[in-house]
Design a protein around this ligand. Structure first.
Ligand code: AMP
Length: 281
């Protein structure tokens, strides 16, 4: 495994790999790796000749009052995990390497962002689309792997790949969870011990909603207010949003039908957690 920190060397390496007609699987992350990232790496390892992992905490996707500085980082540990999972290259650029000066052109995401995290984090998905556009050009992967925990990100990336004609296959991967149901997240370490005990109620409320829908409930307001009640009863977190939309279009549903996403975000003192469930009716 090799760690590459410059764009120039990464591009040179990829050119050599492509000359040998090898396929490239790419897992973009912000590091502080956990089982969710590992699932993406395993999936990519199985289906590609070469596996590239990127670790880059992208300042462009954090708002001014968000946790860019507090975002957990541990490169030593990450590189040990990557090595054990068969990663061939870690692309680990500095902020200066990726953004040597203010960008003259940035990506602007026009659809699927006026709801959920896009609504509460203005500019977030523009930052995601901008860094991914750079990474896709630098790494030229055949396949890119994203977790469905960030389902809106999957929807946005699908649009980015289609609209900008990247010759890349997007592979969505199911959410990996702790034993008590909490979705694995780098941000979970920022929960207090009490909050950590409360946090599984997020997934519990999603499963409850899923059961209601499967039993025939079609009233969105009723489902959402029951979920809200459950979360408020069992946690100290404050709900940012709970919504039901079509997936991947992320449009409101007068009647619940087809492929739907039930998604939520809850703010704890030092961690904002998101989770979702996607079901077909
Ligand atoms: P991040 O480092 O948070 O930007 O995440 C990098 C990738 O890992 C994204 O595609 C995430 O959706 C994915 N990911 C994060 N948490 C999980 C999880 N619990 N299960 C599956 N994928 C995940």
């Amino acid at each position: 495994m090799k760690v590459i920190t410059t764009i120039r060397e990464m591009q040179k390496t990829i050119r050599e790999i492509k000359l040998q007609q090898k396929s490239v699987g790419f897992v973009p992350t912000m590091g502080f790796l956990h089982d969710g990232h590992i699932r993406l790496m395993e999936n990519a390892r199985e289906n590609n000749d070469v596996l590239v992992l990127s670790i880059f905490v992208n300042p462009l996707q954090f708002g001014p009052n968000e946790d860019f500085d507090a975002y957990p980082r541990d490169f030593e540990r990450d590189s040990e995990i990557a090595l054990s999972k068969g990663v061939d290259y870690i692309f680990y650029p500095s902020v200066e390497e990726m953004y040597p000066k203010e960008m003259s052109v940035k990506a602007l995401v026009q659809q699927r962002t006026n709801v959920l995290c896009g609504e509460s984090r203005p500019g977030h998905f523009d930052g995601v689309a901008t860094v991914l556009t750079k990474l896709f050009h630098i790494i030229s992967p055949d396949r890119v792997y994203f977790g469905l925990k960030d389902a809106q990100q999957v929807a946005v990336v699908e649009g980015l790949i289609t609209d900008f004609n990247f010759p890349i296959e997007l592979i969505p991967v199911d959410t990996v969870r702790e034993e008590d149901g909490l979705a694995k997240s780098s941000r979970n370490v920022n929960l207090s011990p009490e909050e950590r005990l409360e946090a599984p109620v997020l997934y519990e409320s999603l499963l409850y909603a899923k059961r209601l829908v499967e039993e025939g409930e079609r009233n969105t307001d009723l489902i959402l207010s029951d979920m809200k009640k459950l979360i408020e009863e069992k946690s100290s977190g404050s709900i940012d949003y709970i919504e039901i939309f079509s997936f991947p279009e992320l449009e409101p549903l007068p009647v619940i039908e087809g492929k739907i996403i039930i998604a939520l975000a809850v703010n704890f003192k030092k961690a904002r957690l998101i989770d979702n469930i996607i079901i077909s009716i």
